[in-house]
Design a protein around this ligand. Structure first.
Ligand SMILES: Nc1ncnc2c1ncn2[C@@H]1O[C@H](COP(=O)(O)OP(=O)(O)OP(=O)(O)O)[C@@H](O)[C@H]1O
Length: 236
């Protein structure tokens, strides 16, 4: 593979005496959008969290092209349910910069610019908890973008959103991908995966079943599980 950004070598995660992910071996190249797909419980969230360093790997190795510490400082994670703080939208978006020691004024200025990017400019003074679901997710995205991540993880970022908000989130992701940010995300929305993914990593029962370019995966899935999943059938 040309320029792998990270390589997983027989990575396994065990919890409560049970293997929940793995063993998985795969390489992720250093550009584009990788989409983790698979039925409920396949291990998508756990895998993304492990890649971001939020889950302990039980055995095997995750190797990075650069030092894990250096990369960690330049990666961000958008959770399925946004984490809310009792602050204004502006200060919520500015928060990661404040943690890094950036002055309040500069953090707020950059937060306002990020809010503009995600279409939340007119909501800046509102309490974050009063936002709609779609707005909350956009705020979470802005809070991730403010750190200018080289690598962005998103776990089903539009799971509970209507079609319009989903498209708006997708437009933002397309924009930041074009800016060079590497994206690794999960979705159950097959249309979204077709629209955004460069490659698909299909998981089933904690195992990697397929890794293929988006075109190859959607045109001709190689496994019965992926075929059934794309048809909306029960995957066994
Ligand atoms: N900390 C944990 N301890 C025990 N089991 C866990 C833990 N975390 C996840 N699991 C189990 O691991 C499996 C994979 O879960 P995960 O949330 O990664 O799947 P998923 O593909 O993201 O599912 P969904 O599409 O429903 O969000 C599930 O069976 C889940 O119950």
């Amino acid at each position: 593979m040309v320029n792998p950004m990270m390589v997983l070598d027989k990575v396994e995660l065990r919890r409560g005496g049970r293997v929940i992910v793995g063993p998985i071996s795969l390489g992720l190249r250093d550009a584009g959008v990788t989409m983790a797909m698979g039925p409920n419980g396949a291990g998508k969230t756990t895998l993304l969290r492990a890649l971001h360093g939020l889950e302990r790997v039980s055995s095997g190795q995750i190797r990075w092209a650069e030092s894990a510490e250096a990369l960690r400082a330049r990666q961000a994670f958008v959770f399925q349910t946004p984490i809310l703080m009792r602050r204004s939208v502006l200060d919520s978006i500015a928060y990661p910069l404040r943690l890094k020691g950036v002055s309040r004024g500069e953090a707020r200025e950059r937060a306002a610019a990020c809010a503009e990017t995600v279409g939340l400019r007119v909501r800046l003074k509102k309490d974050a908890s009063t936002l709609s679901g779609g707005e909350k997710q956009k705020m979470a995205l802005a809070r991730a973008l403010i750190t200018e991540p080289a690598l962005l993880f998103l776990d089903e970022p539009s799971a509970n959103l209507d079609g319009r908000s989903t498209r708006e989130i997708e437009e933002i992701l397309t924009h930041i991908r074009a800016g060079g940010t590497r994206i690794v995300m999960s979705t159950h929305d097959i249309g979204q995966a077709r629209r955004l993914a460069d490659e698909v990593v299909f998981l089933h029962d904690g195992r990697l079943v397929e890794q293929a370019s988006s075109a190859a995966f959607f045109d001709a899935p190689q496994s019965n599980q992926a075929y059934a999943y794309l048809q909306g059938d029960i995957v066994i």
